[in-house]
Write a protein that binds this ligand. Structure first.
Ligand code: HEM
Length: 123
């Protein structure tokens, strides 16, 4: 399963596509067909983000269980906040707080990912 664990490319691909789909769905008109389709494909990408992240996690986490554990958790939280933002918008409820929490959670997740030793290391 080297394609999942030797590099982070596949994982990066899945969350970049996921974030783009999230932004597209979030700015599209509520109830529109395009928004529903973008949201549907986004949900498929949640799964792909988790699968590619989990492969990296199970291969590498023994080197720093604590930080990898937090990375795993924050990745899931970031996905949860995308979903909650879209659902709140669909229900015509205020979503600004969710968007702000999403941005913070995304930055923390990216910081942890880039801090951890596999793949790119910016911090
Ligand atoms: C939207 C959600 C997510 C974002 C934005 C994200 C972002 C990142 C980033 C920026 C990296 C660093 C890539 C590199 O250094 O080349 C990374 C690596 C990683 N991610 Fe995620 N991730 C997300 C979700 C997840 C989830 C759900 C999991 C666990 C199931 C996960 C587990 C990992 C692991 C284990 C690594 C490797 C860390 C390392 O050793 O360098 N990620 N992620």
């Amino acid at each position: 399963m080297g394609m999942f664990t030797d590099t982070t490319h596949l994982h990066i691909f899945t969350w970049v596509v996921g974030i783009i789909l999230f932004v597209i769905a979030a700015v599209m008109a509520k109830g529109s067909k395009g928004r529903k389709i973008a949201h549907m494909i986004l949900r498929l990408f949640y799964i792909l983000i988790i699968i590619t992240g989990a492969f990296l996690f199970f291969k590498w986490s023994s080197s720093d269980a604590m930080l990898y554990g937090i990375k795993f958790l924050m990745g899931i939280v970031t996905i949860g906040l995308m979903e909650m933002t879209l659902i709140r918008q669909n229900k015509n409820k205020p979503a600004t707080v969710m968007v702000v929490l999403f941005i913070i959670s995304l930055l923390v997740t990216m910081f942890l990912g880039f801090k951890l030793p596999v793949g790119m290391q910016f911090f």
